[in-house]
Design a protein around this ligand. Structure first.
Ligand SMILES: *[C@@H]1O[C@H](CO)[C@@H](O)[C@H](O)[C@H]1NC(C)=O
Ligand SMILES: *[C@@H]1O[C@H](CO)[C@@H](O)[C@H](O)[C@H]1NC(C)=O
Ligand SMILES: *[C@@H]1O[C@H](CO)[C@@H](O)[C@H](O)[C@H]1NC(C)=O
Ligand SMILES: *[C@@H]1O[C@H](CO)[C@@H](O)[C@H](O)[C@H]1NC(C)=O
Ligand SMILES: *[C@@H]1O[C@H](CO)[C@@H](O)[C@H](O)[C@H]1NC(C)=O
Length: 572
């Protein structure tokens, strides 16, 4: 199995032996004590929330006891600031994961954590543990910024604190992202495979959550977003092997690993690659008609409707999603080219070339990777943290409003009904506008829950057929949108929820008064009206609550009198 897993080669290893990794930095300025005033770099961690575009002034504390920060600190938030300045906690590198230190610091009340290197070396990026089921609990919850600082700087800070000095620092992320102009270019390296565990879930959650922001920015022309997909290739010697045949297209040129890492079962790498290619083409084709943001809709809808778990990860399902989003299926097919041919695929070739870092950006080797203005984003992939980073990429004063205020909201349902099911005749739609975008959910109308997938179908329950209502002897049931009509036929009249034989001596006059259209399902709504009528016309008090109305399942009860006990129940 080790051989099989190691078979594919990420394309950037092809051309250059050395792989490029760029350490993204923030700036740290010592404000006090006076003899320590100076400027330093801190490398931004790959977790937590760096304050892109912003800065923080805080006073420094060093944990004399447990200075590695590998165990929770004693007491209730011992580092919580007691002054107006937040606490910047300095911890020592070593003994445990960086992320664990920062988490313990956050728990103890620190507003930021600086990890002092224990080796004299150029700064490295602190990453979250790659494969850590035990760490997953806290990594997501880290909400403070952190940075690694050089050993010598760490020593200087500690020495000043030992002397009893007040040490004040300014952490500054305002130059951590280039912000040359009024448009931000950013790209997300992702994958359509939804069965790769926590990394895949993380990517998908981000795409779903960020969609609303992304679409507002894109529609306003503030950003140019491009999705990217990593591909691998099959070494020449293995092109004819069954592994490469099932995992690769275009004669071994482009491959993706098997989702289950089991070649005999489930989906093949090839399926993932096709879908990646399709999503690239969706973006390209949508972009041609200036609707590039539809990619976000497509990807999230595909994930919901065509998941691997439900065994619906297929071309057919993808095409259904395209249709519901009004995307031209033929154009997208054409864009995908012929995967069987022994030739380059223009789209995938470009993707492979772009994986190699250039300029200020390092190689893309892990998923997901977010690149903003050609600088790799650090910090957790979370909606607001990423929005902040994108906003930090605009030239001063050219930021869109969404960057300046927390409240943003568009009604996605106004555009193509959000790709959801609708019945225009009765003006009922499955599209529900939300803060983050929209969801396609069968609606509830007048208390009736429609059933279906929300995209292509939603159906009213047929109460008559299901026998849920209007079942009394002599009832006549007719299904309607969102409800039903119930009448009593022939010699029957309605008494509460049931039809009873008309008692001529008691009700005879009624026939004349109201015609023969008696209802067995109306819910007292007309009772009051008729009572008054009866009183006015005849001076009677006790007659007249039999009348035809359109009955819905939860009609308003306007009766001034509480309903009498039912003789038979036709509803829950
Ligand atoms: C999207 O369209 C714009 C022009 O409208 C173009 O400049 C850009 O390169 C296109 N992006 C992609 C990924 O095709
Ligand atoms: C898309 O936008 C570009 C530039 O803004 C314009 O030149 C082009 O005609 C537009 N294409 C469509 C199909 O509207
Ligand atoms: C459909 O209903 C919405 C609100 O539910 C309303 O704003 C819209 O005007 C209605 N359209 C028609 C054609 O009745
Ligand atoms: C009609 O109603 C009266 C009074 O409620 C009752 O005494 C009588 O038996 C009923 N007649 C029939 C045929 O049900
Ligand atoms: C209706 O039913 C309730 C409880 O089942 C009972 O207490 C009440 O007396 C009944 N009312 C009439 C008018 O029968």
């Amino acid at each position: 199995m080790a051989f099989l897993r190691g078979l594919f080669v990420i394309s950037l290893l092809l051309g250059c032996a050395r792989s490029r990794f760029v350490v993204e930095k923030s700036s740290i300025t010592v404000i006090a004590p006076r003899d320590l005033v100076s400027k330093h770099d801190g490398s931004i961690a790959n977790f937590g929330v760096p304050d892109y575009g912003g800065s923080m002034v805080g006073s420094v504390l060093y944990a004399n006891k447990g200075s590695f920060g590998c165990n929770p600190f004693d007491g209730d938030k011992p580092f919580k600031s007691k002054t107006h300045l937040p606490t910047i906690l300095v911890l020592d590198r070593g003994e445990c994961y960086f992320a664990l230190k920062v988490w313990n610091g956050q728990q103890a009340g620190a507003a930021a954590v600086l990890v002092a290197d224990n080796i004299d070396e150029p700064l490295i990026t602190m990453d979250s543990p790659e494969d850590s089921s035990n760490a997953d609990g806290y990594i997501d919850k880290i909400g403070i910024p952190s940075a690694l600082i050089e050993q010598s700087f760490g020593e200087a800070l500690k020495a000043a604190l030992k002397k009893g000095d007040d040490v004040v620092l300014k952490l500054d992320w305002s130059e951590s992202l280039p912000h040359p102009d009024e448009r931000v270019e950013y790209e997300l390296w992702t994958n359509s495979n939804d069965e790769c565990g926590i990394r895949c879930d993380e990517q998908m959650d981000f795409v779903k959550n960020f969609k609303g922001h992304a679409q507002i920015l894109e529609k306003g022309g503030y950003t140019q977003f491009t999705p990217h997909y990593i591909t691998w290739y099959c070494p020449r010697a293995f092109i004819l092997s069954s592994q490469c045949k099932s995992q690769c297209i275009n004669n071994g040129r482009y491959c993706a690993p098997d989702p289950e890492q089991d070649f005999g079962e489930g989906y093949q790498g090839k399926d993932v690659l096709f879908e990646n290619l399709r999503q690239l083409c969706v973006h390209r084709v949508a972009n041609e008609s200036n609707r590039s943001w539809v990619w976000w809709d497509f990807v999230t809808d595909f994930h919901i409707r065509c998941s691997m778990k439900q065994k619906r990860y297929s071309k057919e399902c993808a095409e259904d999603v395209m249709k519901s989003l009004d995307l031209p299926v033929d154009k997208i097919k054409k864009c995908m080219g012929n995967p069987e041919a022994d030739e380059e695929n223009e789209i995938l070739k470009v993707e492979q070339e772009r994986q190699v870092g250039r300029g200020s950006r390092g190689d893309v080797t892990i998923l997901p990777t977010l690149v903003i203005n050609n600088v790799q984003y650090r910090g957790k992939l979370e909606r607001n943290a990423v929005l902040k980073a994108v906003c930090a990429g605009f030239k001063e004063t050219t930021e869109p409003r969404i960057c300046l205020s927390g409240d943003l909201e568009t009604n996605e349902c106004l555009d193509q009904n959000g790709g959801c099911w609708q019945d225009s005749k009765s003006n009922i739609t499955a599209c529900k506008d939300t803060f983050r975008g929209r969801v396609c959910e069968c609606p509830s109308v007048n208390g009736v829950q429609y059933k279906g997938d929300g995209y292509t179908s939603c159906q009213d329950i047929d109460e008559c057929k299901e026998g849920l209502a209007c079942r009394c002897d002599g009832c006549m049931c007719k299904d309607t949108w969102g409800g039903y009509d119930c009448k009593c036929k022939g010699i029957y009249v309605r008494d509460q929820d049931t039809c009873i034989e008309r008692n001529a001596s008691k009700f005879g006059w009624f026939h004349y008064f109201l015609g023969s259209s008696f209802c067995c399902e109306c819910r007292y709504c007309w009772l009051r009206f008729l009572q008054i009528q009866a009183q006015v016309l005849y001076g009677f008090r006790d007659y007249g609550y039999y009348v035809t109305v359109h009955a819905t399942r939860q009609p308003t009860q306007q009766s001034s009198r509480p309903p009498r006990n039912r003789t038979s129940t036709t509803r829950k």
